[in-house]
Ligand binder design. Structure first.
Ligand code: BG6
Length: 523
């Protein structure tokens, strides 16, 4: 009998050491370029951008013809900006005095009086051309907008008017982070504002989930092996689960989160992008536009949730007080900056279908929530049950289905669940897990998601970035759900409260149990 308790020790796949030894710059490193970071005194710059750029530089992945110019309204100069960024890099860990000296000699600061102040852009342009000359970047430049999204349109406009989007001398790229608008309409307006001066080829929309190695690995696993693809379809797959669970709450981001909620924060981007990788067709060549075409086709085939079906395909919740990691934590409404009557969802579970030949009628259950007992992101591919119970006279009970589990983070693994005979004279089955730890046997360099996407932007590889049509389709898919949630009307899905430290409202379990399935949980 298949019995979870009898699971034998996981068999381990041994992998050869595929090492990336030295990273020879000629092969891997960026084009010569300067990066201008707007919002240089902000949190994203300190926590992610500068530490990532520093590590890329330390590991020899950026060209020697490279510099960073921080721009913000804070009163700072090169020295004080460097001192502040040094602190950030030290806090991040892995500080190396020599590598920092090299990196910080390329780090500069340009104060701006306001994101719409024309004179500031003229000064910035002059500073940029001077640095371009000193560092021989051939004029290539990236504008990374680490600012509130409401400033994206204005900054892009001002850059354009000052002639900085012009590509006659070197390329110009604009990097923006989500949220790209707050609904379809505002996303389209943002696009129009960006398109006044930048072409789509120049715009890099970051979804840091696409930069995660284990997310990219979905394509390698599917298309660099012959054993998965023949069964990767409705004939063999019963259903797919995608979970992005976090144990943290909203931290200090009430202002942003109140406007966003979980659907805008996690579904519109990360989860739907992961889903598109799981479900897409193989492109003829692993090339950025072809891969993005295939991702977009999946998004186009998503079956609308439909106003009438909303309550049976969507469960939303908000965390109440509880305990996580042995610590009492406050409910969402008691977080600093959150109104006491907030109806912003911090959890959602959804049943989704993809209307095409490969996936017709295979449910994809997707969910994300804050204040789960444990952080984990994973994809479960559950195969169909046995067609015939050949062992029914010998074995009691059901034989569970096979499953392939792709653990995205934090414990990055690929696991295959199947049954074997228990050793011994009696005929008994046990579930075993063939387990591959992603980093096992690898001693080369690892890039985190931000390093990966920044490097790709410097190289000009857009595979891991979101294209305009992809972004638009994600908003279209969520349009009805967002409208119903925002209006809180009689047909809106009810906001359910769940205890912090639980795995969401019970109704989300019912969503999947009604179809005879169970969520796979951790902790
Ligand atoms: C961000 C969301 O995009 O992703 C956050 O805004 C969330 O709310 C974060 O916490 C999760 O990212 P990761 O890489 O920690 O899974």
């Amino acid at each position: 009998m298949a019995d979870e308790k009898q699971n034998g020790p996981a068999a381990t796949i041994t992998v050869g050491n595929v090492e990336t030894t030295d990273q020879p710059c000629e092969e891997f490193c960026s084009d010569p370029c300067g990066i201008v970071i707007f919002g240089a005194s902000g949190d994203l710059t300190r926590r992610k951008l500068i530490p990532s750029l520093y590590r890329l530089s330390k590991n020899g992945l950026v060209s020697k013809n490279f510099f960073v110019l921080g721009a913000s309204r804070s009163k700072m100069n090169d020295e004080s900006f460097r001192a502040d960024m040094e602190k950030a890099v030290r806090e991040d860990g892995g500080f190396d005095a020599k590598a920092w000296a090299e990196f910080s000699s390329r780090l500069f600061y340009a104060p701006v009086d306001g994101f719409t102040d024309r004179a500031s852009y003229d000064r910035l342009k002059a500073a940029l051309s001077e640095k371009n000359r000193v560092f021989s970047t051939t004029g290539n430049r990236i504008f990374y907008l680490a600012t509130p999204p409401s400033a994206y349109g204005e900054i892009a406009g001002m850059l354009g008017e000052a002639g900085m989007s012009d590509e006659s001398a070197g390329w110009a790229r604009l990097v923006i982070e989500k949220p790209f608008g707050r609904d379809l309409q505002s996303a389209l307006e943002l696009n129009s504002a960006l398109y006044k001066h930048f072409k789509e080829e120049q715009i890099y929309r970051i979804d840091h989930y696409l930069g995660k190695d284990t997310v990219q690995n979905i394509l390698m696993l599917r298309f660099a092996n012959t054993i998965f693809e023949p069964i990767w379809n409705r004939r063999y797959i019963d259903h797919v689960q995608i979970t992005v669970a976090e144990s943290i709450g909203i931290e200090k981001r009430a202002g942003y989160y109140e406007e966003a909620g979980v659907l805008r924060d996690m579904f519109q981007n990360h989860i739907l992008q992961v889903l598109s990788l799981v479900a897409m067709e193989p492109p003829s060549v692993y090339e950025s536009e072809l891969v993005r075409d295939e991702r977009v086709k999946v998004l186009r085939a998503l079956r609308p949730l439909g106003m009438d079906n909303m309550r049976s395909s969507l469960v939303i919740g908000q965390y109440a007080a509880g305990e996580v990691d042995g610590r009492r934590v406050a409910g969402y409404r008691d977080e600093e900056g959150v109104p006491k009557d907030s109806v912003t969802p911090t959890f959602a579970a959804m049943k989704v279908f993809i209307d095409n030949w490969r996936w017709q009628d295979v449910p994809f259950y997707i969910r994300s929530g804050k204040r789960f007992p444990k952080k984990f992101s994973e994809i479960l591919i559950q195969f169909k049950a046995l067609p015939h119970r050949m062992f029914k006279e010998t074995l009691y009970g059901e034989i569970g289905p096979n499953a392939l589990i792709l653990q995205i983070q934090p414990d990055e693994r690929v696991q295959m669940k199947f049954h074997t005979k228990n050793p011994g004279s009696r005929v008994k089955l046990r579930d075993v897990i063939m387990d591959f730890a992603y980093k096992q046997g690898y001693t080369g360099l690892l890039l985190d998601a931000y390093e990966r996407v920044i490097l790709d932007c410097m190289i000009g590889d857009k595979m891991l970035f979101v294209r305009e049509d992809g972004m638009r389709l994600c908003w279209s898919f969520l349009k009805d759900a967002l409208e119903l949630i925002d209006e809180q009307g009689p047909y809106s899905p009810e906001l359910l409260f769940y205890r912090s430290g639980s795995t969401g409202p019970l109704e989300s379990d019912f969503l999947i149990q009604l179809d005879g399935k169970l969520w796979r949980n951790h902790g």
